[in-house]
Design a binder for this molecule. Sequence first.
Ligand SMILES: Cc1cc2nc3c(=O)[nH]c(=O)nc-3n(C[C@H](O)[C@H](O)[C@H](O)COP(=O)(O)OP(=O)(O)OC[C@H]3O[C@@H](n4cnc5c(N)ncnc54)[C@H](O)[C@@H]3O)c2cc1C
Length: 393
Amino acid sequence: MDWDIVISGAGLGGLCATSGLRRAGFRVLVLERDPSAFSRKQGYRININLAGDAALQKCLPAPHCALYRDTSHRQLDPSVDIFTPDLRLVAHREAEMPASGLPPTAVDRATLRAILLDAAGSVQFGAEVVDAIQQDNEVEVRLADGTRVTCGLLIGADGASSTLRRRILPGRDPQPLGSVAIYGKAPLDTGRLTWLPRGILQQRFVGVTDGAGTTLALGAWQPRRDPLEAAGALAPGVCLPGTAPFVMWVVLAPSEAVPGVVSRPEELHRFAMDALQGWDPTAVQFVRAADVPATFRIPLRAVPSVPVWSTGRITFLGDAVHAMSPAGGEGANTAMTDAASLVDALKAEGIGGVAAYENQMRQRARLALERSANYGRPASDGDADRTGASRYA
Ligand SMILES: Cc1cc2nc3c(=O)[nH]c(=O)nc-3n(C[C@H](O)[C@H](O)[C@H](O)COP(=O)(O)OP(=O)(O)OC[C@H]3O[C@@H](n4cnc5c(N)ncnc54)[C@H](O)[C@@H]3O)c2cc1C
């Protein structure tokens, strides 16, 4: 057998698992379809929750974990405020708090990926997994270039469009949610922080919604510590992308309002500006000030339920089996939590731990799918309605 474990996909979940498994002494091969680490736009800002933070702590070496924390956003308040387009506050959501210390905050996705890549070690880029054949004592993994490798366990961490899921669990693709997300970012002008609305800079994020299907979400990334200085001090080998502080904006709109042909960054940016016509200029200023070439679109998809399969030598983690709406920021956190729990299971029982991992993963993913599907709905009386008390004042 060539490898103990092969991981298909070097996304957030796959890299987290690789780091934890290699630290535990497993011989791991990571195959990634993309030609290089940053060859495609993947998003800008990822909210990390308590579970995601615990997973990173478990899987990363201590210096990398410290670097992830030091380069996360200087957030003071982990709550979320939702406003109307004329900036009347309609909902306030508190966040889950740790027993002690500060709650985790948002990260720059490219910075986190660079930290994970360094912690994971080598990744084989330009290596697309197209099929896998399960035998009694091993799995044969087939690549697009005709290469074949064998391993004791294959982990499908190849994201929402997973090839492995299509081969092993046909008919379980995520389904369209009827919305499109247009993502972009604008420079965070730290020389002019005084004019920034407080919530966008200091809260987890701020939402503005017309209640008819169009929503704007805004959140900043201003790292706690200069990333290059932090890397030099904590983990000198890590090569960070040098991302400048930014405000991420996301316009969510009904799919039928954004024809598929609208795909170039300039067209998408123009569409986003049109969709927000008449909205308060305070919120729209970040879309107006966008770094236009950084704009891209993503169709939102989710699985109706987490698939069930007979436990064997092929398992899955993350979006490959439980893609969910990005509302609520659960997807990456759930993928990294899967990774940490799979590492624990394999360390404790080897391949015999996979069944327990799969049970836990399904329970965790079912709850995360429910939370993300219901994120936009008023939660409870605890979802304090402070209408009219604009925090932008
Ligand atoms: C713009 C945006 C914002 C988001 N914000 C948040 C947030 O704030 N918080 C949060 O928790 N989640 C967020 N999410 C969701 C989050 O990004 C995903 O849930 C998370 O990336 C899933 O991790 P993963 O490792 O399962 O898959 P991915 O990160 O998608 O990685 C899959 C990898 O597999 C590779 N691959 C695909 N096919 C193959 C193949 N055949 N062979 C080899 N490699 C292959 C892909 O190239 C990719 O690198 C956001 C998503 C988007 C798009």
